[in-house]
Structure formats: structure tokens, C-alpha cells
Design a protein around this ligand. Structure first.
Ligand code: SF4
Length: 326
């Protein structure tokens, strides 16, 4: 492992200033320490933020939910308000990683976790994300787990977070603290598609820290849930997944939020599916009709064409599940 200095921050400002000078944040350590062991990450300085007061969950009226970035995945999944208001969040968290990891990993770290592309983690392989300009071994290699939406010539890695899929479906924003104070940024704008710069994975300014995630108010209570399809039932990343949140007024769907995971280079909002649902009366025929739009714009690779029909079936099944509760 590359030698590094360790410093525990006592305040948010102290942490932000250290990170602005180049230090890497560490909290649960479940991503960064692995990558440091594999020498994929070689920080000179690490600043520990785990004692900062960012570990609370608050709710307010109309479904507003605020989750501190240092809340662990297990704490958020088990919180009564999260389970009651947004089962899609608790189900996405419980479908992630292992119980041991969920006890350590934080909400902020989960959102910023790096890709599980095996070539990214193999320092002998060409990887534009790890070493810009070196090429992409996955394009001509084994790409069964890779993305079919939002890919580029430079990178086809799938985003690994289940939680981010649920939060993108709920229009969540992140509250950031940087050198110049605080700002809000939609989660969908925080995470970047690879384009020609796959090493740029997020829109954070140098030193910016995620303080909390905020789910905004919704005009009506949402029925929601998360479905993840994977090779085994535990401790495995998604082949496909979907987050669905629906609200019906006067017999018609007035709010439809649908996003997909395991298929995009970022959590992928399925706008065409949402458009097919909005204003319609719930019915079994509608779920299958809307799900057929799930793969719009998808470009499969050599080994992951199976994700096209699998994504359609995943979305239809979860729409049917949530639709049955309306
Ligand atoms: Fe690297 Fe992205 Fe290619 Fe994987 S898909 S090898 S992360 S450039």
C-alpha cells in the first residue's frame, strides 16, 4: 500500500480545508480502503470525517426526508420514517452489499462509490477511468455486467449503487459544503456520465463534502418499491434493477417515478416509461405497455444483450407489484 498521512477532522470546515488541499475523505472506508490495498487509489493524505455530526435522519411535512451523509446504510434502512415514507429506499439499501458492509458503509460513501468494473480494479489492465487515455479493456473484453445506457467510446462501466437509483427516482438532492459555503445539487447532476472523461465521476468541486441527502416534498403520498435482479440473492451487484414510485389521484396516475440500475453508467431515470404511465388509469395492460419503453436508447455490448429483455421484465414486474397496492 502507498504510504499516507491520516488526520481526523474535528469540524466540517477543517475537513473541507484538508480535502481542498488534496486529502481524501474516509468514513466507513468500505470503498477507499479496498482500492488503496489494490493500489487503484494512492492518496498521500486521508482525512477521517467519521466523527462529524452528520449522522441524523429528519422528516418534515409532505414527505420531506433528510438523511445525514454519515448515517450508515443499516441505520437508514431500519429507520421507521424511511420504511414508512419511502420503502423504495430501505429496500434498495437492504438489497445492497452484505450485512457487515451495511453496518460500516455510509450514505455519502455509497453514492460516491467507484465502479465494480473488474478491469478498473486490475492495475495491469487498460482503463480510461483509472489511467486517462490508456483505453478500455472492457469494450473488447468480458462485459456481461457492464452498462447499456449512457455509455461512451471511452467507458462502459455500470454505476453500482442501488441507493442512488432509488434516490434519483425520488428527485433527491444533495446538500454540499465547500470552501465557499453550502449549495444544493440534484443527485442526477452530481453523478456524471463518462463521455470522453470517465475519470471525472462527479460534479463536486475540490474539497466539497456531502452533508446530507434530501428527498423533496411530494404532492401526494407515493407508493414505492425496489426490485433487484442478480446472479445470487445476497452480496451481489445488479444485473438489472428498478425503483418505482407512483401516486394516483381521481383514479389516474398523477406521479410516476421510475429509474433503473445495473444498466446505466449513472442511475438511469426511465422518462419514457414515466410518460407512458402519467395520466393513465392503473391496469395490468398499462404496466406491460409502459415497461416496453424501458430500453429506449440502450446499446448492448457483446456479452450483455440479455439485459434488454431482462430490464423490460424487471420494470413490468415492479410496476405490477406497486400498481397492485394503489
Ligand atoms: Fe475502465 Fe470504464 Fe473501461 Fe471499465 S469500462 S475498463 S472502468 S474505462
Amino acid at each position: 500500500m502507498h504510504p499516507f498521512t491520516y488526520h481526523s477532522a474535528g469540524t466540517v470546515l477543517e475537513a473541507v480545508q484538508a480535502a481542498a488541499r488534496g486529502a481524501r475523505y474516509i468514513a466507513g472506508g468500505t470503498t477507499l480502503v479496498d482500492l488503496m490495498r489494490e493500489t487503484v487509489e494512492r492518496p498521500d493524505d486521508v482525512v477521517d470525517i467519521s466523527s462529524l455530526p452528520l449522522n441524523k435522519i429528519h422528516t418534515a411535512g409532505n414527505g420531506i426526508l433528510r438523511i445525514g451523509s454519515l448515517v450508515t446504510m443499516a441505520e437508514a434502512a431500519a429507520h421507521p420514517a424511511v420504511r414508512d415514507l419511502y420503502p423504495v429506499i430501505s429496500q434498495a439499501l437492504e438489497a445492497s452489499a452484505s450485512a457487515q458492509l451495511r453496518n460500516m458503509a455510509t450514505i455519502g460513501g455509497n453514492l460516491l462509490q467507484r465502479t465494480r468494473c473488474s478491469y478498473f480494479r486490475d492495475v495491469s489492465a487498460d482503463c480510461n477511468k483509472r489511467r486517462p487515455g490508456s483505453g478500455c479493456a472492457a469494450r473488447g473484453g468480458y462485459n456481461r455486467m457492464h452498462a447499456i445506457l449512457g455509455t461512451s467510446a471511452s467507458c462502459v462501466a455500470a454505476h453500482a449503487s442501488d441507493l442512488a437509483v432509488a434516490l434519483v427516482a425520488l428527485d433527491a438532492v444533495v446538500r454540499l459544503h465547500g470552501k465557499d459555503g453550502e449549495r444544493l445539487l440534484p443527485l442526477a447532476e452530481l453523478l456524471l456520465q463518462p463521455g470522453s472523461t470517465p475519470h471525472r465521476e462527479h460534479a463536486l468541486e475540490p474539497g466539497e463534502l456531502i452533508m446530507r441527502v434530501e428527498v423533496p416534498e411530494h404532492p401526494g403520498r407515493l407508493a414505492s418499491g425496489y426490485l433487484k435482479v442478480r446472479d445470487r440473492q445476497s452480496y451481489e451487484f445488479a444485473l438489472t434493477s428498478t425503483a418505482v414510485a407512483l401516486h394516483v389521484t381521481g383514479g389516474r396516475i398523477t406521479t410516476a417515478r421510475v429509474a433503473a440500475g445495473g444498466v446505466g453508467t449513472v442511475p438511469w431515470r426511465l422518462k419514457a416509461v414515466e410518460d407512458a404511465l402519467t395520466g393513465r388509469r392503473p391496469s395490468p395492460g398499462l404496466w406491460s405497455e409502459a415497461a416496453r419503453h424501458a430500453t429506449r436508447g440502450a446499446r448492448p455490448l457483446t456479452h450483455n444483450r440479455f439485459k434488454l429483455p431482462l430490464l423490460t421484465r424487471t420494470v413490468e414486474r415492479q410496476l405490477t407489484e406497486i400498481g397492485g397496492t394503489l
